[in-house]
Write a protein that binds this ligand. Structure first.
Ligand SMILES: *Cc1c(COP(=O)(O)O)cnc(C)c1O
Length: 411
């Protein structure tokens, strides 16, 4: 028995027309550029907002050019903490005073992991998984070699991710720190956070969460989940621009004793005293080390405006609808052409992207980029389709997957 082929074009039009956030994609730079047929990599580099171009020009002329050195006292010294509190409130489920912005995710993961390990003396193991993002793995390798600790690896399901059962199998009274990604960068697996924090804490260990691939697309509740430490990017779903400063979260209960290893002046108590000896600043400022990159914090504010206007539940609902639509297309058009899905089928366990695999995808990705269809390639032969909820239309998803189908047929 054959069923009638789905009319995906009609469905994409209907979904876009009914989308309560349907007006948002137009607010991004390039949304009217005919050379960009489908941008499916907003989870690697979010698109700029139109308002960002104006905000940055005004900053150069008014704030930097006009206020000059006075800007530090008036705005910039406090900006990492103010922006951190806003990210905490709008996106992380974090009460004020626990989040700050500065450095890169890699540097913050290092600082947080070292600070965490210092508060679990006598424990000798760090738990991590083979499919975590490379920087997370390399950093833990470096810390383990620096401190003489043992790495305990979880071999998670390639098309899934770390489950509470996987974790329970490796933690023990030797575990100091568990580190994992909230949404896996390749499979898109969305970790069951309450279960993971429970297993971690039952073993007496601390949890360091990498939220790079979830913040701004998946709802996060760091305080109520009881997460100890977290860090994440602002250039993916937060559209901060290439290399924009990351955020760090330290749970308020751990903050008074938390000490990170890079003792720069900006993390000191009263830095402008220029005093002898390092004393960590009270509160979350102690995570900072150096003069914060203020210019990099400007675009994030525009994206926060947008996300707050939409509300995270609506953002997540759009994200789920986009990934469901993409997977329907993949099952009907690409699976018969030998493509496999390496992402969870259950939307409750899936973040904002899906990865599909086929041996020809490396060469096909290059051809897609040439025709203005931009997903990402991920080893060994995956195309990762990222659908940033506020900038991506259903029509773009259709265009992108149609192009993949056509390139497969053209070989
Ligand atoms: C993108 C990403 C990073 C990137 O770290 P940087 O220090 O910004 O280069 C780290 N972890 C995960 C899970 C990511 O997705």
């Amino acid at each position: 028995m054959t069923t009638a082929p789905t009319d995906f074009a009609t469905r994409a039009s209907a979904l876009d027309a009914a989308d309560p956030l349907g007006d948002f994609p137009r607010r991004f730079v390039g949304s009217d550029d005919p050379e960009i047929a489908a941008y499916l990599d907003g989870n690697s580099l979010g698109r700029p907002l139109r308002g960002t171009a104006e905000r940055m020009a005004a900053f150069v002329t008014d704030a930097w050019g006009g206020r000059l050195i006075r800007g530090w006292d008036e705005q910039w010294f406090e900006l990492p903490l103010r922006l951190g509190d806003r990210i905490g409130a709008s996106l992380l489920g974090a009460a004020a005073g626990q989040t700050t912005v500065g450095d890169s995710t890699s540097v913050l993961l290092y600082k947080l992991a070292r600070g965490a390990l210092a508060s679990r003396p006598g424990r000798t193991e760090i738990v991590l998984d083979r499919d975590n993002f490379p920087t997370d793995r390399y950093l833990m390798e470096s810390i383990a070699s620096e401190l003489g600790l043992t790495l305990r690896w979880i071999e998670a399901d390639f098309a899934g991710g770390v489950t509470a059962e996987d974790l329970a199998g490796v933690v023990s009274e030797r575990t100091a720190l568990v580190t994992l990604s909230h949404v896996a960068y390749r499979s898109g697996y969305l970790v069951d956070m309450p279960a993971i924090t429970a297993v971690t804490h039952d073993a007496g260990a601390l949890l360091l969460l990498d939220a790079c691939h979830s913040v701004g697309s998946v709802e996060i509740e760091l305080d109520s989940w009881g997460v100890d430490f977290a860090a994440g990017c602002t250039y993916k779903y937060l559209n901060g621009g290439p290399g924009a400063p990351a955020f760090a979260y330290v749970n308020a209960e751990l903050l008074p004793r938390f000490q990170q290893p890079i003792w720069g002046w900006m993390g000191r108590e009263n830095p402008f005293d220029m005093a002898q000896g390092y004393i960590p600043a009270p509160g979350i400022r102690r995570v900072l080390s150096a003069s914060p990159g203020i210019i990099g914090m400007l675009p994030i504010q525009d994206m926060l405006d947008l996300i707050e206007e939409a509300g995270m539940p609506a953002v997540r609902a759009k994200s789920v609808a986009l990934t469901e639509f993409a997977l329907d297309l993949v099952h009907e058009w690409l699976a018969p052409r030998g493509v496999t899905v390496s992402s969870p089928a259950d939307p409750a366990r899936r973040g904002g992207h899906v990865t599909i695999d086929h041996p020809a995808f490396r060469e096909i990705t290059a051809r897609l980029w040439n025709r203005g269809v931009m997903p990402d390639f991920r080893q060994p032969h995956g195309i990762r389709i990222g659908m940033s909820p506020l900038s991506t239309t259903f029509h773009e998803v259709l265009t992108g997957i149609t192009a993949i189908r056509d390139e497969l047929d053209a070989r």
